[in-house]
Write a protein that binds this ligand. Structure first.
Ligand code: PH2
Ligand code: MG
Ligand code: MG
Length: 161
């Protein structure tokens, strides 16, 4: 799962999101927090992003947990790729591949997003995106200017690891 926030108390939003996810599934690992330049959409504040690994092989459960976490933070969907209190995206579930408008797996844009790949490497250096390759290789292929806009801030305060 990829968590992102660029409005209000960004750290608090991420921590609250993780707490909700943990009510659904065991959280096996949480990456460091990264500050990242916004990708796409309108001009908006910088994001904080992290990646969490949940103990599930069920895409529907992962999606349900993600939506609950977003709703708990009063997420408003005004603009595609616009600013948000908390965005939780299911990136990959147990190697599944599916093309469903509700949830496409793996996440179709993860392979080009340093704000997903960089924290993901923290928690799983051998991670692979089904059909796309190793996360480490995909990250190495990205424009270094974009990757440089990803700044590591360290662990999320108040969250166990
Ligand atoms: N999420 C988006 C759009 N753009 N940019 C960054 N840096 N981080 C995000 O999480 C993000 C984004 C849509 O979900
Ligand atoms: Mg997103
Ligand atoms: Mg989303």
């Amino acid at each position: 799962m990829s968590l992102g926030s660029n409005l209000g108390d960004r750290v608090g939003q991420l921590a609250a999101g993780l707490e909700i996810l943990a009510r659904f599934e065991e959280v096996l690992a949480v990456s460091d927090v990264y500050e990242t330049a916004p990708v796409g959409g309108v001009e908006q504040p910088a994001y904080l992003n992290l990646v969490a690994v949940l103990d599930t092989t069920c895409a529907e459960r992962a999606l349900g947990a993600a939506h609950s976490a977003e709703e708990s933070r009063g997420r408003l969907r005004r603009l595609r790729w616009g600013p948000r209190t908390l965005d939780v995206d299911v990136i990959s579930v147990a190697g599944h591949r599916r093309n469903d408008p509700r949830l496409t797996l793996p996440h179709p844009r993860a392979l080009e997003r340093a704000f997903v790949l960089r924290p993901w490497l923290d928690v799983d250096p051998d991670a692979e995106i089904p059909g796309a390759g190793r996360v480490a290789d995909l990250l190495a292929r990205l424009d270094p200017d974009e990757v440089r806009e990803v700044r590591r801030l360290g662990p999320l305060p108040g969250w166990w690891r």
